[in-house]
Write a protein that binds this ligand. Structure first.
Ligand code: PLP
Length: 599
């Protein structure tokens, strides 16, 4: 029962919502309900009673009632917005007068679903609603199992100390997982490669010379399928607005689309909650975020960070920087001669001083795919965290962060057939919650005063400012596209192209391939041609329409290890074919002729 309100059950409230049917009318009804909510005293509308995570100001005051039959809890509450007051009435109708145990068993999310609130509330308001649920559950949790005083008569009501948001008990509703958004592929089917290729407009161009484009630089940045291009365009043409701000229709739609994308990404990488999926500009920023927000807070003098020479500069330099700031020490896990991590050397590099193993999921030069589960097990055995640089692995193989025990995963949208300027960082909830914020400003705060600020809940805590909105939404479409094709068909197609390329390239005179055999690598081959500068090779290949990258590929330590200043890299995406390999091989013979390498 809600004090001061007419006695109403949740069933009656649901019936009324059903009867009204239209959200417009239900919204008016919520306002009416809210108008009946009794006011609180000014002395009660204080910080201690405030519920954080709501856009409006909301205050909750719990009262524990004890008598011979047991303990029940009642709440008095109020906000500064009338629709929110209506939502408070819904919550109090669900919770008031129940025992702590009954409150903890209450299916809040199910009721919101039945009332249509799940689909009608804008995400900010929905998050606020769940923050109130969390407060109610935290108070119930704190009073669970409380024995009633041994009295035979009489009863007592106590206003209990409010539970702060820091003590909030994570509930099954917080960061609730949404409905499946990812299509399920038929793993037994092979890729219909012509159909796949037809969806990538940029693959179908010819140069002025009449030569067809053969794109072999997906490790740098992949081409985009039409559905991703269309999605970004749809955002601008149909409902563009800033996200998480406006309650008007465009603002609402855009926030929902973003959350849909976040949910698709969550499923794609196997995270438990969307709270653990942070939009970032890409892998580099994701790793910098962890280095600064986790590293600067938790690393101290003598702590060890384990890297290896395969790593991209994005997974070396932030750690060098943070080591310099904190006194932590970097250790390098040795490589075998063929460019794999030397697992036999694990005892030399891992110890109780190891705080973090930061490792690539797939090398952007050698294609090496380290045995992550073995490495994670070894790291966990010494109590270390593991960060995976997924820039290359996430587009090519399934990622299951929760199942595999990955603590942090950073990846880039542009290598995943999505837009540039957007990517993701996964972090395990407890770690993200314990970390400091990285960038500060709008959206990442809960309260700001002239004297300081408090931070917002996840994931907003790490999403300061305005996101690249259209790109983040289109990234969701990109992961749905890959999921629709399925990693089984994609991987076996890419591996067959890789094996074919490997065999053909090895027959080109003077061509050296770096790294492990095809059983231990993804679809990347870096090579040199004896007697030719990498840049000349790449330039001449371009004449034949073959687009490859050359240079150190942001891996100077690896190139030093290989003993060459630069390599040429052919990298394959899900749209490349054996025909592309044939074109590459012909073009390599052309290069050899042009550079007179035969003579
Ligand atoms: N890590 C690896 C393995 C990469 O291949 C790249 C890009 O090539 C990065 C990190 C950096 O990615 P971004 O430039 O998208 O931040």
């Amino acid at each position: 029962m809600v004090p001061g309100l007419k006695d109403m059950t949740i069933e009656e409230l649901t019936e009324e919502f059903d009867f009204l049917g239209l959200w417009e009318d239900q919204c008016r009804y919520l306002i009416e309900l809210g108008e009946e909510l009794p006011p609180l005293d000014d002395s009660e509308m204080i910080e201690q009673n405030r519920v954080h995570g709501c856009q409006s100001q909301v205050w909750f005051i719990p009262e524990v009632h004890e008598d011979a039959t047991g303990t029940t809890i009642g709440f008095r509450a109020k906000s500064d917005a009338r629709i929110v007051d209506g939502l408070i009435v819904v919550l109090l109708t669900l919770a008031n007068g129940k025992t702590p145990e009954q409150i903890l068993e209450t299916d809040f999310a199910g009721t919101f679903e039945r009332l249509g609130l799940e689909s009608q509330l804008v995400p900010q308001r929905r998050n606020g609603l769940y923050s109130m649920v969390e407060r109610i559950r935290a108070i119930a949790k704190a009073n669970e199992g409380r024995q009633s005083p041994d009295r035979t008569t009489g009863s007592e009501t106590t206003e209990v100390e409010n539970t702060s948001d820091n003590d909030v008990v994570p509930s099954e509703t917080s960061g609730a997982q949404g409905k499946p958004t990812l299509p399920v592929a038929d793993d037994a089917k092979s890729l219909d490669i012509e159909l796949v290729r037809s969806q990538f407009p940029a693959l179908h161009h010819t140069l002025d010379s009449g030569v067809r484009v053969t794109f072999l630089d997906s490790a740098s940045s992949a081409q985009k399928p039409q559905c991703v291009i269309d999605k970004e365009r749809e955002v601008y043409e149909q409902y563009y607005a800033n996200a998480y701000r406006g309650v008007y229709r465009y603002g609402d739609r855009i926030s929902r689309e973003l959350e849909h994308s976040r949910e698709s990404i969550r499923q794609f990488i196997g995270a438990e909650s969307t709270d653990e999926v942070i939009f970032t500009p890409g892998t580099t920023v994701g790793i910098n975020l962890v280095a600064n927000a986790w590293g600067r807070k938790f690393l101290k003098q003598g702590d060890e960070i384990v890297l290896n020479e395969l790593e991209h500069h994005a997974n070396i330099v932030p750690w060098q920087w943070v080591a310099e700031q904190t006194g932590a020490v970097i250790r390098y896990w040795p490589l075998t001669d063929d460019g794999q991590l030397d697992l036999d050397a694990s005892a030399e590099v891992l110890s109780e001083k190891t705080r973090l193993v930061a490792i690539t999921g797939m090398s952007n030069v050698l294609g090496t795919v380290p045995p992550l589960s073995e490495i994670i097990a070894k790291a966990k055995a010494v109590g270390s965290l593991v960060l995976v640089d997924g820039a290359q692995s996430v587009p090519h193989m399934p990622t299951r962060v929760a199942k595999d025990g990955i603590d942090f995963l950073a990846f880039s949208g542009h290598k995943l057939y999505g837009p540039s300027g957007i990517g993701g960082l996964y972090g395990r909830r407890e770690l993200l919650e314990a970390m400091d914020p990285f960038l500060c400003g709008g959206h990442m705060i809960d309260q700001v005063t002239m004297n300081g600020f408090t931070v917002a809940h996840l994931p907003a805590k790490f999403e300061a400012g305005t996101l690249p909105i259209a790109q983040a939404i289109a990234l969701g479409r990109a992961v749905e596209f890959v999921a629709e094709l399925g990693f089984c068909p994609v991987h076996s197609h890419e591996q067959s192209v890789l094996r074919y390329a490997w065999e053909q390239m090895r027959q080109v005179p003077g061509l050296q391939i770096y790294g492990p055999d095809t059983a231990h690598r993804g679809a990347i081959i870096s090579f040199t041609l004896d007697g030719a500068a990498a840049q000349d090779v790449a330039q001449l290949l371009d004449i034949k329409g073959v687009f490859v990258r050359h240079g150190h590929h942001c891996t100077m330590p690896l190139h030093e290890h290989l003993g060459v200043p630069a390599t040429i890299r052919a990298s394959f995406g899900l749209y490349n074919t054996k025909h592309d390999v044939d074109v590459l091989i012909d073009a390599l013979h052309f290069v050899r002729q042009e550079l007179k390498l035969d003579s």
